[in-house]
Structures are given as C-alpha cells and as structure tokens.
Design a protein around this ligand. Sequence first.
Ligand SMILES: NC(=O)c1ccc[n+]([C@@H]2O[C@H](COP(=O)([O-])OP(=O)(O)OC[C@H]3O[C@@H](n4cnc5c(N)ncnc54)[C@H](O)[C@@H]3O)[C@@H](O)[C@H]2O)c1
Ligand SMILES: [Zn+2]
Length: 339
Amino acid sequence: MQTKSYQFSSAKVDYYFDAGFSYLTKRIDSAHAVLITDEHVFQSHKKKFAGWNTIVLKPGEAYKVQATVDTIIEQLIALKADRKTFLVGIGGGVITDLTGYVAAVYMRGLRVGFVPTTILAMVDASIGGKNGIDVGVYKNLVGTIRQPEFLLYDYSFLKSLPKQEWINGFAEIIKHSCIKDAALFKELEKHKLTHYQKNNTDLAKLIRRNAAIKSAVVEKDEFEKGDRRLLNFGHTLGHAIENMYELSHGQAISIGMGAACRISEQLTGFRETDRVVKVLEQYGLPVFAEFDRKKAFTVLKMDKKREQAAMNYVLLQKIGKGTVQAIPMDQLQQLINQL
Ligand SMILES: NC(=O)c1ccc[n+]([C@@H]2O[C@H](COP(=O)([O-])OP(=O)(O)OC[C@H]3O[C@@H](n4cnc5c(N)ncnc54)[C@H](O)[C@@H]3O)[C@@H](O)[C@H]2O)c1
Ligand SMILES: [Zn+2]
C-alpha cells in the first residue's frame, strides 16, 4: 500500500493506493460505520461486505436523485446512525456522489470516506469533495463541496467492471491529458485499453498519475474560481446531451471534447483536433454525433459555469494546455450550431 495525503483548503485527505479492502477495518471502527454501495458492486464482491452494516442501492445514474437520498436517510435512521457514524461510499461516481451528499446533510454532517470501484470514480468522481444529485435533466444541480477523510484504492474491484465502464473512465483520463499532461497524452497514444486491462503495474501507475492530476488542480482551487474549471473540458456540452440521449458520461464528454476542440480551432488557434479525435476513438469513445442543437443549447444555458450573458468554456491551446474563455451566449449558440 502507498499512502499519500493531499491538503485541500478545507481538509486533508488520505489516499491509500494499492490497498486491500480489509485495510478499512484498520482505518475505521466497523461498529460505528455504514457502508453504502449498489447492487452491482455488492453482488460481485459480497465477501468484502461481510460483517459491515451495508445499505445496498439500485445501480445507475437514474438513482442519483433526491428520492434515493430519502431512502438512504430512512435506512440510516433504522440503523440508528448518529453523529459518530462513519459513512463509506463503495462504488462508482453515483455512489460516491450520493454518499458524500448524505454525509454532508445527515445530522448536519457525518464523517465519510470512499472506496471508488470504477476507473472514473478512481481518477475523478471520488476526488475533490464535490457531491450531489441530479434534478430532471439537470446534472449535479444540487450538492455541496465537502472532502472525504480518505480514499481507499483496491484495484481488485475492477475485475468485475464491464468494458463500457472502463471506456467511460478513460474518457476522463484522456481529458486530464488534454488539459494538463502532454506526456500522458503521448503514453495514451501508444497503447489501447486492453494494455491497461492486462498490465496491473501500468494501470496502477496510470490511476495514481490521474488521481494526482485531479488532486493537484483541486488543491490549488478547491472552490472552482480558476484552474478547477479546466476539469470541465468536454463537460458543458457533454452534460447537456448526456441526459437528453441517455448516453454514458464517457460517451457524452467525448462528444463534448470533440466539439470543444473544434470550437478551440476558431477561438485559440488550436490545431491538434485530429490527434485528440484519434485517441478518443482508439479507446472506444464516440466523437461525432447528431444531436438536437436547439434543445442542447437550452439545457446548456442552465449550466453552473454560465455567468450571466457568457459561458466559461474550456478550450485547448495545445495538447496538455487547457484554458478557460468566457464565450458570450449568442456567440456560443452560433458556434454550436456550426459544429
Ligand atoms: N463529484 C465529482 O467530482 C464527479 C466527477 C465526475 C463524475 N461524477 C459523477 O460520477 C457519476 C459517474 O460515475 P461512474 O461512471 O463511476 O458511474 P456509476 O456509479 O453509475 O458506475 C457505473 C456502473 O458500474 C457499476 N459498477 C461500479 N463499480 C463496479 C465494479 N467494480 N464491478 C462491476 N460493476 C461496477 C455500477 O453499478 C454502474 O452500473 C456521474 O453521476 C457523475 O456526475 C462526479
Ligand atoms: Zn466527468
């Protein structure tokens, strides 16, 4: 196990990389803990949950809503959870977002840690303290920013992860390389998904490197006044079309990244769209898609990155260097119509 701590402005978070799940018993007291997971994770890893109070939720983004929060709260009451109770979210980003949110509001705040079990949650969703739920088509409209105390990485969970979920996670990895790490982009160009599925050492390094990229960005800018906005590369349009078309998050942001590259060509003089498109396709992600531009723009207007008449849009100057530009809404509408 390798331990690393990141000091965010609001709290320190311990990362246990390459840890076994059983380390949880050393980190927290199982008598005062409730694990929250979903049916997929629970069914595939039942043995790991033996001896723990566990709340098992229905899987999927459709359940990242207030009704599920209510269900969790009812079960916490039934389990007599109090302020001493430690919550641990064990799952993908849906579970870590829900668990973080419940931990922020139940009795005005419980201690919380995460065991991310998807690539996406390992490199992205479990890191940075953002949590929340969806409201209708509006993703993550309601939530808080509050750090977990620890993240425990047990890669054995990935054995049961479906291929489509691997692909989803790689969309965020490619995103990190585009905005921050040209060398990582080059490494990704050299390989395919199967390389990382077969090679545990390279996978562990890749996950650490990506967890470090996200953590460093958040360390500098926990409350998203500057650099943290870069992490939204591909996400403005991506989020708008994700719920409209029931795309996976990875597919949606991949299309969003392709669009952001083409918008960058016009606004920053970016000239490497072809390389980005090639890497996305190499990892099984879609880039070009027909979508209802008018409706997408209507949904996009509600995005949290809009500030009055302009949208803070993440563009690329070159591979490895993202930048944020405020694009006036009418210009953005035109750019999207032209895609
Ligand atoms: N808080 C943040 O900063 C942040 C950042 C990025 C994404 N997110 C959120 O994360 C969510 C997406 O995360 P996700 O892709 O991990 O989604 P997810 O939690 O829905 O997991 C994807 C699927 O994989 C299954 N699964 C998870 N782990 C498994 C395992 N080890 N074996 C077998 N099946 C497994 C789940 O049951 C689900 O069906 C979105 O809601 C997104 O908004 C949050
Ligand atoms: Zn994302």
